[in-house]
Write a protein that binds this ligand. Sequence first.
Ligand code: ADE
Length: 283
Amino acid sequence: KDTNLDPLPIKIGIIGGSGLDDPDILEQRQERVVETPYGEPSDALIEGQINGVPCVLLARHGRKHDIMPSNVNYRANIWALRDVGCTHLIVSTACGSLREEIKPGNLVVPHDFIDRTTKRLQTFYDGKAQSPRGVCHLPMFPAFSERTRNILIEAAKELEIPAHQKATIVTIEGPRFSSRSESHMFRQWGGDLINMTTCPEVVLAKEAGLLYGSVAIATDYDCWRMGCEGVNVQDVLRTFAENVIKVKKILVNAVGRISKEDWSEDILNAKQCVCNNTMSGAM
Ligand code: ADE
C-alpha cells in the first residue's frame, strides 16, 4: 500500500495590474462576489481555469480601473483570494526602473522590497472582533516565495522572454511620482524598481500563508536619469500595454508549471510560519 499522502490541491490567484485584468485568459469563467471581514475587494473575483488548472483573477484597481493605489483594499483582496482556496498568487505590476540596465519594456521578477507607504493597513491581526486572534510579527525574509519566483523565471526562459531575475522594489505611497532627490535616494538605498502597490500586497499574502510571486514590467526610468524627461502616465500606460502580452504568456506558462509540482511542504510551511510568529495572548 502506498503510504504517501496525496499532494495538497493548488489554486492560483492572479492579480492583474493596470492593463492585465483581461478575463479572457480563463476558461469556464464565473464571477464570484466575495465579502470579507475587511470589506470589499477591488472587484468581483473571476474564477475559472487555465489549461485545466483552477485559477482566480482579480483586477487590483477594479475592472474600471478607478481605484488608486492608496485606496485599494489590499486586505480584502488577499483575504478574498485566500477564502476561495488560493494557495499561490502570481501578480503583475507596472514599475519605474531605478537602474540603467533595467530598460523600459524589460520584465523583472523581484525578490525584495523597501516600504515607503504611509497610509495602508498591513495586517489581518488587528485586534478587531471579526479578525483572527493574536498579534502577528511576520519575518519578511524572504519577502517573496522563492520557489514561485523560480517558476516565473523558468517560464520566461522557456518562452525566451528576457527577464531580470532579482530586484528590490521600492513601493511609494503615491499617487504622485517621486521627486528627483527621492529617486536618487532610492537608488542609493539599493532600490532597483519603484511602484505603488507591492506593499502591502506581498506582506498580506505572506500573512495569509500564500505563495506570492510577481512579474514587474519596467515602464519608465522614473526621474533620476540626467538629461531625460521624467516619468509620466502616458508613457507608463503605453509601455505597459506594449509589454503586457509577454507577462500574460509567462503567467499562463507558470500556471502549468506550478500545477505539475507538489507544493504540500511549501503550503504547510507558509501557514506554520504565520502560526509561529503570532502571539495569542493565551501563552
Ligand atoms: N509605476 C510605474 N512607474 C512608476 C514610477 N516611476 N514610480 C512609481 N510607480 C510607478
